[in-house]
Design a protein around this ligand. Structure first.
Ligand SMILES: Nc1ncnc2c1ncn2[C@@H]1O[C@H](COP(=O)(O)OP(=O)(O)OP(=O)(O)O)[C@@H](O)[C@H]1O
Ligand SMILES: CC(=O)N[C@H]1[C@@H]2OC[C@@H](O2)[C@@H](O)[C@@H]1O[C@H](C)C(=O)O
Length: 378
């Protein structure tokens, strides 16, 4: 039997709202014991700096280039991750020696699968030196080297969790509604399919930020006061992304928010919430069978307007929608947990990605392991 290791996963997602920290004990296969979780928000000024970093990143042609503010940004981001780990360990009364590995996602600042280019800011050796814990980072790159999209990577973790879902609820589809949405389809025959399914919260966040000066539509309240502008929604849903036969993973900037004159605040938020839900259902049309159950993870499950649309649209196809919590999981922690699980798989040389998840030619492992003991302690 494979060794069970204690790993911490660190995720700073496309919403750029903060660092998620989760602890998992796992063999990287079927044994998954989910532990505590902590979310450390970025303050608005740092979030603004990260958004500017996305602009600096647009000129990158080689993945190790760091134009503009990106180099100091990478260092500061990594040090914030080290602080988040230190806080988590203090809160949980754990010592670094009790942690075998950290899975470090970093911050995606550029993702162009058509050019086999994906860039996550995050300095693995610096994090190893700061935490004294072995780090696995840069887990997307090897998939791209082998012809994959470099995303999504979470599906193999969804597969490990799915064993807990009652047989009658299959086929099951996990949906992560983060900045971008991605889904994982699983059936009882072991089929695993994953792909980005469309815009998640990022358009909503940009819309309410621009028109109300707030970072997100808490609970979907603003959206609940508006009406769907169907012509606007259809313009988004007619994007060739939804009908392309080859699934393409998304960059945060692939979909842009509407122009200010196209809607007032609540109708815009309502329409974008509808687009998030409809995009999931539309993308599910690429699956070999329609799922019986959708398990919704990520911050978007807290937007009640998105959830109501998902429930209604899925019911039209005879499917049920439940939140991650209703299925027995933690919808906020799932991606960070996944990065802990993936780190253990990486350290064991197990595949992270599969032809059905990223389009890679054959299952491949990935990630770079940095041993803390080899790092200078300064
Ligand atoms: N209470 C809430 N009500 C409505 N929306 C919320 C709420 N809390 C979080 N969100 C939304 O969820 C987003 C964060 O989701 P999440 O943390 O899953 O994204 P992420 O991990 O950064 O993105 P990705 O999965 O694309 O990498 C926020 O930007 C916000 O739009
Ligand atoms: C390049 C990149 O960072 N992609 C993210 C993003 O956020 C959601 C979606 O787009 C997904 O493809 C991926 O993250 C998740 C965690 C994944 O790789 O599974």
């Amino acid at each position: 039997m494979a060794e069970i290791r204690t790993a911490i996963g660190l995720m700073s997602g496309t919403s750029m709202d903060g660092i998620d920290v989760a602890l998992v004990r796992t063999d990287g296969e079927t044994v998954v014991e989910r532990g505590p979780f902590l979310s450390v928000p970025y303050e608005p000024a740092f979030r603004d700096r990260l958004k500017r970093a996305l602009e600096d990143a647009k000129t990158i042609r080689q993945r190790n280039e760091r134009p503009g503010d990106l180099s100091p940004m990478e260092r500061d981001l990594t040090l914030r991750h080290a602080e988040a780990v230190a806080l988590f360990l203090r809160q949980q009364q754990l010592k670094p020696e009790q942690i075998d590995l950290i899975g470090f996602h970093g911050q995606t600042v550029l993702h162009r699968p058509d050019e086999a280019l994906t860039v996550q800011l995050g300095d693995g050796p610096l994090l190893a030196a700061e935490t004294g814990i072995d780090i696995v980072y840069d887990m997307r790159a090897n998939d791209m080297v082998h012809g994959g999209q470099g995303a999504p990577l979470v599906p193999v973790y969804h597969q490990a969790l799915a064993h807990q879902i009652p047989a009658g609820d299959w086929p099951v589809c996990f949906v992560n509604i983060g900045g971008i949405s991605n889904l994982t389809f699983l059936d009882r025959d072991g089929i695993i399919i994953g792909f980005d399914s469309g815009p998640g919260n990022t358009l909503i966040d940009q819309w309410v930020e621009a028109h109300a000066g707030i970072p997100y539509d808490d609970g979907g309240r603003i959206a609940s006061e508006g009406s769907v502008i169907m012509a606007l929604a259809e313009r988004y849903l007619d994007n060739p992304f939804f009908t392309a036969s080859k699934r393409r993973s998304l960059d945060r900037n692939d979909f842009r928010p509407p122009e200010g004159h196209e809607a007032e605040l609540s109708d815009g938020a309502r329409t974008l919430a509808y687009i998030s839900a409809a995009a999931v259902l539309k993308s599910a049309g690429h699956l070999p069978a329609f799922p019986k159950t959708f398990v919704i993870c990520g911050g978007g499950r807290l937007n009640r307007t998105i959830m109501a649309d998902l429930v209604r649209l899925a019911a039209e196809r005879g499917a049920e929608v439940m939140s991650a919590e209703q299925a027995g999981f933690d919808g906020d922690a799932m991606e960070a947990e996944a990065w802990a699980y993936l780190a253990v798989r990486s350290a064991s040389g197990l595949p992270l990605t599969f032809p059905g998840t990223t389009g890679v030619g054959q299952p491949v492992s990935g990630g770079v392991l940095v041993a803390a003991s080899r790092q200078p302690s300064s």
